[in-house]
Design a protein around this ligand. Structure first.
Ligand SMILES: Nc1ncnc2c1ncn2[C@@H]1O[C@H](COP(=O)(O)OP(=O)(O)OP(=O)(O)O)[C@@H](O)[C@H]1O
Ligand SMILES: [Mg+2]
Length: 379
């Protein structure tokens, strides 16, 4: 949107500069004049990257600069349609006095850029670094000032990258961009569900697939659990949740203990959402509970089965939104059965629903459908 200011936030090294260069190239290719300001790398370094990514374009201009007044002078000279600042933490305004990178500078520079953007109808994108635990002197203080906040995420050791909108003044925040980091830069992931399941190893205890919603997109994610075999002697047992909310893991463990007699209180428990994806919705509760049960009994659950539902503290299963779309995605990928809350809508073609009211019923149903040599294929 002309005159809008977007913050592109992400951890160091996740690929922000890469995404920005590729995005600017798309706009430059469409004829927009773009100015990329780098405060972190030399012009040669950015040019090398642009060559590697194949994003050289005569409408895409590059300058290495950290002083805000100098940047404004470049804007005056070039009159770009789009201005990109990489990163906001390296910029400084001499008038503000405080040190570059300080909260006052970061906030002051952003304020100034927002004013310029509105006055000139200049589309502006600022990169902001965040650390694992949120932000120190970082983008959090900027979220109120800018129009749009995009978060670029992923595990650094996985090639998968997720781009999501945390705030957007000009549209919805439901959409999710999924990319893979390759040699030639970020590539669109055409079939994310299949990607998440590619390395799945069937027949192993502690694995259940959940159809979750990430924004408007249904995604099939493998939830895995591992339970320590020994009673923890002294100290409290380990609770490790990766890609899953630790609070939900604790709740699911408590409900399993109290309502389904799956006793894991004294054992180490590891749970993860495979593939580097982050599951933030309750629809994966049931898959997590079944994965934990399967792990504790060292009994695999049929690999053509998915499970979806929120677990209440009473051990009851609750409906989650967009169930039809989730189940359709599971059917598309070759799953034959789904354990769902009783109130779930009718099943799409190709998948049979096992409707259950409570967590113990769900465990009974999952254990009744043991693996029987029927292999499901994730294509
Ligand atoms: N020559 C290369 N070939 C393939 N991939 C590369 C190459 N150089 C960098 N990468 C990938 O790009 C990633 C870094 O991307 P980028 O510099 O865009 O991240 P960033 O978020 O801007 O980092 P920073 O926080 O340092 O600014 C690396 O982690 C690596 O995966
Ligand atoms: Mg960078």
């Amino acid at each position: 949107v002309p005159g809008s200011v977007t913050l592109l936030a992400g951890e160091p090294g996740i690929g922000k500069s890469t995404l920005l260069l590729q995005a600017l190239w798309w706009m430059a290719d469409a004829g927009a004049t773009c100015l990329y300001v780098t405060g972190e790398e030399s012009v040669q370094q950015v040019r090398l990257r642009a060559e590697r990514l194949g994003t050289l374009n005569r409408h895409l201009w590059l300058v290495s600069e950290t002083s805000l007044p100098h940047i404004i002078a470049h804007v005056d000279a070039l009159k770009p349609d789009v201005l990109a600042i990489d990163s906001i933490q390296t910029m400084h305004d001499p008038e503000l006095g405080s040190a570059p990178g300080s909260v006052a500078q970061v906030r002051g520079c952003t304020h100034h850029l927002v004013q310029q953007a509105k006055a000139r109808d200049l589309t502006t994108v600022c990169v902001g670094h965040v650390t694992k635990d949120g932000a120190i002197a970082g983008p959090r203080v900027l979220e109120h000032i800018v129009d749009t906040v995009l978060s670029f995420e992923g595990e650094r050791h996985h090639s998968l990258r997720l781009l999501r909108a945390l705030k957007h003044r000009f549209g919805g925040t439901h959409d999710l961009g999924l990319f893979e980091m390759a040699d030639a830069g970020l590539e669109e992931v055409p079939d994310p569900s299949a990607l998440f399941l590619t390395d799945r190893h069937p027949g192993v205890a502690g694995s259940v697939v959940a159809p979750i919603m990430d924004g408007q997109r249904p995604l099939l994610v493998e939830v895995q659990a591992l339970v320590g075999s020994d009673e923890n002697r002294g100290g409290s047992p380990r609770r490790c949740a990766q890609g899953l909310d630790p609070g939900r893991l604790a709740t699911v463990l408590a409900v399993l203990d109290q309502r389904a007699r799956v006793k894991l209180a004294s054992l180490d428990v590891h749970a993860l959402a495979a593939g580097g994806v982050r599951v933030v919705e309750p629809g994966a509760d049931l898959a997590l509970a079944l994965a934990l049960t399967s792990a504790s009994r060292d009994t695999a659950i049929a690999d053509d089965l998915v499970a979806c539902g929120e677990i209440g503290l009473g051990g009851e299963l609750r409906q989650v939104g967009q169930m039809s779309r989730r189940l359709a995605e599971a059917a598309r990928l070759g799953f034959h059965r789904a354990i769902v809350p009783e109130s779930a809508p009718a099943a799409p073609d190709g998948i049979e629903l096992v409707r259950v009211r409570t967590l113990p019923d769900a465990i009974g149903a999952a254990m009744a459908h043991r693996p029987e040599g029927r292999r499901m294929l994730a294509k």
